[in-house]
Design a binder for this molecule. Structure first.
Ligand SMILES: *Cc1c(COP(=O)(O)O)cnc(C)c1O
Length: 384
């Protein structure tokens, strides 16, 4: 139960928080002293370990989840004017990645009780120009990949998973990282495991993986280490790429963190269970639903408040009690940059309605039952 002695000396409870252990520090120091700070052996070690843990063939490490999405757009050959269907409720990067290649994001609406991309809405957005669908595994629950695959196949439409919320989740027994043509992950500190900043693109397609490795390295087909090994100096820049490389020091951190991923996913599921149970009696606060054919990695714990509740007032009251509530997300197309591109209010009505009522509650593996009880008690007061 929460501390009810009236003390205000309670610590701030953030909505997410990384965990750094002695083993992480040791791995980072070893990498720092190894002679390879970047483009060294720890990059492929991390790529192979992460891909293997997800059951995927190839991993391409990059310096953010956003870079992974950009690599996916390039490897899938999104060209100027190509339409890319993205859910309206996601982090802006899911859609921005299409803009980087001069593609046109087309915003699909969401299922109100999961906030996942709604395949029925996707079907309505498909045109002869559609080249890709980005499925976002919102809050940690995989999207409906079978339904999306059925829409994509035979139409030359690629399927990209923005699985940044969902390492360790499953869809009909299959792991995230294997559900789309290319699956993208982020290692930002609020995500399941961190490399400070970082990301990875997973694919079964060796040619796509090679293309993404070139793209992350300016479009140059060999890196410093391979040239050293060959004793050669010549290289070719075959396309205009970027410097999206993830340094060895950060890959070392990622490999060390990866060992604890299964335990973290289990801890998040346990905490979500506590929330579900504690909120079951509150009519004003509805937890998002997890479909029976999926497991949820619970990057976020999101609730939807009843329509008559003023979400921003609840948000402010939780903050005043030291609880780091948050909102994920406003519809991407309502950002001023997208409005300048011509996107207008009303594109995804269910997403717009949901975005006014959702609230993200604190969720990270080290949370105790007392933390959950404190959040729920504060939520009870704030919604009364
Ligand atoms: C975090 C996140 C990204 C971007 O990851 P970065 O590593 O911050 O670039 C993309 N999509 C979603 C859904 C995310 O949560």
């Amino acid at each position: 139960m929460p501390d009810r002695d009236g003390s205000l000396e309670v610590p701030f409870l953030p909505y997410g928080r990384q965990e750094i252990a002695d083993a992480d520090v040791k791995a980072v120091v070893e990498a720092l002293c190894s002679g390879w700070l970047t483009t060294g052996p720890r990059v492929s070690e991390f790529e192979q370990a992460f891909a293997a843990q997800c059951g995927a063939g190839e991993g391409v490490a990059v310096n953010s989840g956003t870079a992974a999405l950009h690599c996916a757009m390039r490897a899938l050959r999104i060209k100027p004017g190509d339409e890319v269907i993205v859910p309206a409720i996601t982090f802006a990067a899911s859609a921005n990645a299409a803009l980087y290649e001069d593609g046109v994001p087309m915003f699909a609406d969401i299922e109100p009780d999961t906030l996942l991309i709604d395949p029925a809405s996707v079907a309505k957005k498909i045109t002869p120009k559609t080249r890709a669908i980005v499925a976002v595994d919102y809050a940690g629950q995989p999207a409906d990949y079978d339904a999306l695959r059925a829409l994509a196949k035979d139409r030359g439409i690629a399927l990209i998973a923005d699985a940044c919320h969902a390492p360790g989740a499953t869809y009909k027994g299959r792991k995230t990282g294997t559900l789309a043509d290319i699956s993208c992950f982020s290692f930002h500190p609020v995500k399941h495991l961190t490399t400070c900043e970082g990301g990875m693109a997973l694919t079964e397609n060796a040619a796509q993986a090679a293309h993404m490795r070139r793209f992350r390295n300016h479009g140059i087909d060999s890196d410093h280490r391979t040239r050293e090994a060959k004793g050669a100096h010549a290289y070719d820049m075959a396309e205009l790429g970027f410097n999206y490389r993830l340094p060895d020091v950060q890959c070392a951190l990622g490999s060390a963190q990866l060992k604890r991923l299964p335990g973290w996913v289990a801890a998040r599921q346990k905490i979500a269970g506590w929330y579900d149970e504690a909120l079951a009696g509150m009519a004003e606060v509805l937890p998002l639903k997890t479909h029976r054919d999926r497991t949820n990695a619970h990057h976020l714990y999101v609730v939807r408040l009843a329509d008559h509740i003023d979400r921003d007032r609840v948000f402010a009251r939780l903050r005043a009690e030291g609880i780091g509530a948050n909102v994920h997300y406003a519809p991407v197309y309502l950002h001023s940059h997208y409005r300048k591109l011509g996107y207008k209010k009303g594109l995804a009505p269910l997403a717009e309605a949901a975005s006014r009522q959702i609230l993200t509650l604190p969720m990270f593996p080290a949370m105790a039952g007392a933390d959950v009880a404190r959040v729920v008690a504060a939520l009870e007061r704030a919604t009364a």
